[in-house]
Design a protein around this ligand. Sequence first.
Ligand SMILES: [Zn+2]
Length: 124
Amino acid sequence: MAWKAQNEISSSDAKRIDNAITQVDGQRKNLIYQLGEAFYKANKKNEDVDATYKVMVDNINKLEDNRKVWINRKMKLQGMRFCDGCGNVLPYESCFCNRCGVKLEPVAEELQELEGVPNPVETI
Ligand SMILES: [Zn+2]
């Protein structure tokens, strides 16, 4: 037996309530995002983080590394790289930084596979 509304409500009441629900949903989503961001910041270097969250924290760490790889690839195409020590922009082939003097390591170019998540980045 189908449920049937007992009263008609005006379209303006329905619209007002739907807008309130949309607002609550948005606030809820925003707070969950903030909760995740705070949890991640507190646990991104925590090897003992609960297994439930470990894969997610590891994947976010990998995404941050992959972001750097993409930036490095773009810099390389422009014939440049960043200094590992001070962030100075240098010619790609540089062995030392001309600002801080640090010996430069090879630029990270390998993307990391995420666990349990399809990795579309290499198809770009
Ligand atoms: Zn430097």
